[in-house]
Design a protein around this ligand. Structure first.
Ligand code: FAD
Length: 378
């Protein structure tokens, strides 16, 4: 049994690397030995684009590749222009994030990397045990972001996948305004689901155009391509463009009560419920949670979302999953009837109760009320 390490970080994606970053910045690892386990090894690829909004400079401000003060929201009848101040919508490329955080981790000189799977993870009394690369390990604290594969039919809480595919395109003609991002554009056939596109332009000829679908029916890769090309031709350019980069993925949207800890084993990232159930946004809430966890280390981690955020989200997800209201109706109503900063504070879990009441009063109260009661009774 290997007992050389105090802390094990199992999974070195966004959550594992962010946790190490925050612990190092908080000065909590100076006298510790840490093992970072991930079969994918040291991450360095541009495999995802993280967008999020925040009102203050964040811990990764220097990595922000582009930022917007204005966003738009569209359906077939409404075109909303939303000013975000004091918020900004920000974009970080994973390759920049991995390079920066890996450098900070290496400089700390306390982290050993193991390129293998962590398995047989158990927490007993004051230790966590696991195996990896044919060895058994015992550590005092472990943080796991290993994926949890939930089956929607096996849980009682509402569950929708957010599955998506995006292209970074380079157009020949200038067609984008790099000062304005399209946050949600529902001008695509909905097929009884919630389907929207977002467009994050970084210059007049370059943008990430991504289609996101809230449903448990995934599409073929070609079907997402078809939606992307039709949308671009209908709303941005009929001219030529090249696809410079492709990303694809899935984020579970659910109010399932993800376990956050077992003894000294703490679950972080998507595994610990870091994705906001009603939107899938994860980056900002995860940094807030892991920053707080690092400051209070070795005390228990705070939950990623407040209890009442999860009630609101169960209400919205319940409406969407059971097709009682369409996503375009819900989001366009919210954006048209509320000051954008109030709504952004709400979706970041930073609003106060008065703001939440004000927001709820702008919804379809009958349907929201019914869904709230149904979900609360589950
Ligand atoms: C393409 C894409 C775009 C996204 N865009 C946004 C966005 O714009 N805004 C936003 O807020 N969120 C976004 N998300 C959601 C979320 O921020 C990311 O999914 C984020 O990477 C989640 O972090 P994580 O650490 O939980 O998971 P991951 O980053 O996936 O890390 C999990 C790690 O666990 C490792 N692992 C798996 N099995 C084992 C094992 N047995 N032992 C050890 N390690 C193991 C994996 O190799 C991986 O490195 C996006 C997700 C994707 C996929």
């Amino acid at each position: 049994m290997n007992t050389d390490f105090d802390i094990a970080v199992l999974g070195g994606g966004l959550a594992g690397l962010s946790l190490l970053y925050h612990l190092i910045e908080a000065g909590k690892l100076a006298d510790k030995k840490v093992l970072l386990v991930d079969p994918a090894g040291r991450k360095n690829k541009y495999d995802r684009t993280w967008s999020f909004w925040e009102a203050e400079p964040g811990p990764f401000e220097s990595l922000v590749h582009h930022r917007w003060d204005t966003v738009t929201v569209h359906d077939n009848e409404r075109d909303l222009i939303c000013e975000l101040a004091p918020y900004q919508y920000k974009l970080i490329r994973s390759s920049d994030f991995y390079a920066h955080v890996n450098k900070v981790i290496d400089a700390a000189g306390v982290v050993t990397r193991l390129t293998d799977r962590a398995e047989n993870i158990t927490s007993a009394e004051e230790f966590v045990h696991f195996t990896s690369g044919g060895q058994s390990y015992r550590v005092t604290h472990a943080y796991s972001s290993l994926p949890l594969h939930l089956r929607p039919r096996q849980i009682k809480q509402p569950y929708l996948d957010q599955h998506f595919k995006g292209w970074i395109i380079k157009t020949e003609e200038p067609v984008f305004d790099p000062a304005v991002a399209a946050l949600m554009d529902f001008r695509t056939p909905q097929h009884d689901e919630t389907r929207f596109l977002y467009v994050l332009p970084t210059s007049s000829t370059e943008a990430l155009v991504e289609v996101a679908i809230f449903s448990n029916n995934h599409l073929t890769s070609e079907a997402y391509d078809e939606i992307l090309s039709q949308y671009i031709a209908a709303h941005w350019t009929e001219g030529a463009y090249t696809v410079k980069h492709v990303e694809q993925g899935n984020i579970p949207m659910t109010t399932y009560p993800f376990p956050t800890s077992e003894g000294n084993l703490t679950y972080i990232g998507l595994r610990g419920g870091a994705a906001r159930p009603s939107t899938g946004y994860t980056f900002y809430g995860m940094q807030r949670q892991l920053g707080a966890l690092a400051k209070s280390f070795p005390s228990r981690a705070p939950k990623p979302w407040r209890r009442r955020d999860l009630y609101y989200d169960a209400t919205i997800l319940g409406l969407l999953q059971h097709n009682r209201l369409r996503g375009d109706q819900i989001f366009l109503d919210l954006f048209s009837a509320n000051p954008t900063p109030r709504l952004l504070a709400f979706l970041n879990g930073e609003s106060d109760f008065t703001e939440e009441l004000a927001i709820m009063s702008t919804t379809n109260i009958r349907e929201f009320g019914k869904s709230f009661v149904l979900e609360a009774l589950r």
